[in-house]
Design a binder for this molecule. Structure first.
Ligand SMILES: NC(=O)c1ccc[n+]([C@@H]2O[C@H](COP(=O)([O-])OP(=O)(O)OC[C@H]3O[C@@H](n4cnc5c(N)ncnc54)[C@H](OP(=O)(O)O)[C@@H]3O)[C@@H](O)[C@H]2O)c1
Length: 261
């Protein structure tokens, strides 16, 4: 059911922590009803309760986006909402050959396959209705290959290229697709990826609040992508000005010692 008269409805994946939780909170304050999803249902239920103070009706759907069955649970909702935020994702750090292949494949499933299926369902509904928006969360990792972070950077390169292409296809149909490319943000992401936070220069960090504000502003003015923070813009764009072999070497050097001891 599309909400024509009252509050618009947004589906936010990965809402049990970090950026997803901030997206849900800010959208509720902006007048959206929410469908929030992740694996940790207790966290989602606590968030749903806190969103009620903004007047938002919130539905909780527990789903593991590494599985087709988990994505199946969300496809019908994705087809109905006014805004889809494909935010769920995680990274892995280390030499690819030494990392467990099952986890790498799950990373591909969550970061790419789930995002692709939900974007497809959402775009079908939105283009038919002639309105709607999708925010796909990539990363500054999308702008270059990253040795020792190979799968993550490749999944985010997919998200950026895919989203930019969809942006062009959808805009003629009244639908906006915006790709968010944050640099480092203090969430549970580093702990999950096993990244040693102290190896990230202080100047690179952006707050989750600022990142989400940037995404919502970019969506409002129908931008194809946004990189929050001047330093992150410089690193993302800088890679385009130097030879490719150099970009990947520098990125690799930056990640070589990032794994937690
Ligand atoms: N933080 C950063 O430095 C940074 C930088 C650039 C881009 N990003 C991107 O920003 C997005 C949000 O990350 P974050 O920083 O907010 O990280 P976070 O705090 O670790 O949150 C990740 C969210 O994704 C969900 N998720 C992970 N695996 C899932 C699965 N198999 N099924 C369903 N949900 C799953 C988690 O929920 P459950 O564990 O409850 O399932 C959680 O809600 C990600 O796409 C990430 O790649 C983050």
């Amino acid at each position: 059911m599309t909400n024509d008269t009252a509050r618009p409805r947004a589906l936010v994946t990965g809402a049990s922590a970090g950026l997803g939780e901030v997206f849900a909170t800010k959208l509720a304050k902006k007048g959206y009803d929410l469908v929030i999803t992740a694996r940790r249902k207790d966290r989602l239920e606590a968030l749903a309760e806190s969103l009620a103070s903004s007047g938002a009706a919130t539905e909780v759907i527990e789903a593991d986006l590494a599985t087709d069955a988990g994505v199946d649970l969300l496809v019908p909702t994705a087809g109905e909402v006014d805004l889809l935020v494909n935010n769920a994702g995680f990274g892995t750090v280390g030499d690819f050959a030494e990392l467990p292949i099952e986890r790498e494949l799950n990373e591909l499933n969550v970061n790419v396959r789930a995002l692709m299926r939900l974007s497809h369902a959402a775009l079908r509904g939105m283009t038919e209705r002639g309105r709607g928006a999708i925010i796909n969360v990539a990363s500054t990792a999308a702008f270059q290959p990253i040795p020792h972070n190979a799968t993550y950077a490749a999944t985010k390169a997919f998200v950026l290229h895919f989203s930019e292409a969809l942006h062009e296809e959808a805009k003629r149909r009244g639908v906006t697709v915006t790709c968010l490319c944050p640099g480092p943000v203090k969430t549970e992401f580093q702990e999950v990826a096993g990244v040693n936070e102290s190896t990230v220069p202080a100047i690179m960090w952006t707050s989750a609040e600022d990142v989400v504000d940037s995404a919502l502003s970019a969506m409002a003015v129908r931008r194809a992508y946004v990189v929050p923070g001047a330093m992150n813009v410089m690193t993302a764009m800088g890679g385009r000005l130097v030879p490719r072999f150099l970009t990947r070497k520098v990125a690799g050097a930056f990640f070589r010692d990032r794994a937690q001891p």
